[in-house]
Design a protein around this ligand. Structure first.
Ligand code: WQD
Length: 338
């Protein structure tokens, strides 16, 4: 299949591009590089050994998107493009709603106009809000999100469900990611956050690289086995392979499915620190600090539906995730600016 990846130069998208092309598909990238680097695409081309057609454009730009669809006959689209920093979304909510919703509405209109009705959407476990129970199942009622970023994902899910209700010939898969970490084994592509990382693993790797002094463990009074927050960490390559399976599923079915992409196993912050130290022979300095507002005690997936519907399950271990995260950071001290 020929598949368009919006936001294709991003962390999860580049890993997905590699897996799609290694599975025999043709991937095309559109990205405005607001949160990514063209170098990331060059690294993908290096890994797969062939060029990747790339357009520099904003998915909100309808004329640009029409030109891209005029020039290519896409079998499906994976919609990664979107602003994704939880904390930032609280301070500039209108930019998040405008960008994430507009880009999706524009994409769907252009897809429909060109007869392309297979869409895989990059959603997030954040749509579950503060869970009453874990593991999280796709049929659980989502009580509400804790930040505008999460609301944009929630609203886009509803928009896409409405599109399918109005035109059942669409095929939409809403993938709810848990906590993607790790990097391609080559160490040539990985997570390259701008500024001080918000997320745990890139913060840890920058401490390991000596770019940050120590980790602050945000709260140790949660209702978990060691008091620190528990999350479902999933290797980004496992996540990428899940997208390949989701595209295959979308090509063979119609309708709309919500699917968790997680391991089903929760690890605490201190579990991650200890695993990272063990996998890499390091000793990450940390202090215990106050809880981060909006954080929940525990969040991890019920992964059964992905296994049943997609024939997919995560296979990489926590050691793989820790080793590959450090391998990327160690070999790229300044990310794609190295
Ligand atoms: C993980 C754990 C923190 C940093 C976020 C988004 C979610 C998704 C994944 C996009 C928590 C603790 C963290 C630090 C810490 N992104 N922590 N010190 O918050 O589970 O999910 O990223 O879809 O939408 O909300 O991930 O990596 O920020 O935090 O102790 O310096 O690590 O409290 O328990 P989170 P995270």
């Amino acid at each position: 299949m020929k598949i368009l990846l919006t936001g294709g130069a991003g962390f999860i998208a580049t890993h997905t591009c590699v897996e799609l092309m290694e599975a025999g598909h043709e991937a095309v990238i559109v990205d405005n590089y607001v949160n990514s680097q063209p170098e990331a695409v060059r690294r993908v081309e290096e890994i797969v050994g062939r060029p990747v057609k790339t357009y520099e454009a904003d998915v909100c730009d309808k004329d640009a998107m029409n030109r891209i669809f005029d020039e290519n006959e896409f079998d499906a689209v994976i919609h990664f493009a979107g602003l994704k920093a939880v904390g930032e979304s609280v301070s500039i909510p209108l930019r998040y709603y405008r960008n994430n919703l507009d880009s999706t509405l524009t994409l769907c209109e252009v897809m429909a106009a060109h007869g392309c009705k297979r869409l895989v959407f990059s959603s997030s476990a954040t749509v579950y809000g503060v869970p009453d129970e874990v593991p999280l199942r796709e049929d659980m009622f989502c009580k509400g999100c804790t930040n505008p970023y999460g609301w944009t994902k929630y609203m886009i899910e509803k928009i896409l469900m409405s599109v399918v209700t109005a035109d059942p010939s669409w095929s939409v898969v809403l993938l709810r990611y848990f906590n993607p970490i790790g990097a391609h084994a080559s160490g040539r592509i990985g997570e390259d956050p701008t500024g001080i990382p918000n997320n745990l693993m890139p913060y840890i790797t920058k401490v390991a690289a000596g770019q940050l002094e120590k980790l602050t463990v945000m709260g140790n009074d949660y209702h978990t086995h060691d008091g620190t927050g528990v999350r479902d960490y999933i290797h980004v390559v496992d996540l990428a392979k899940g997208h390949v399976k989701a595209c295959d599923y979308a090509a063979a079915h119609q309708g709309c499915e919500i699917i968790n992409l997680g391991t089903g196993v929760g690890y605490s912050v201190l579990d991650i620190v200890h695993a990272f130290n063990k996998a890499n022979g390091l000793n990450i300095p940390y202090v215990i600090g106050p809880r981060r507002p909006g954080d929940v005690d525990a969040c991890f997936a019920d992964p059964r539906k992905a296994k049943e519907l997609l024939g997919w399950e995560a296979t990489k271990t926590l050691e793989d995730m820790c080793r590959d995260s450090w391998n990327w950071q160690r070999n790229n001290p300044k990310g794609y600016h190295s």
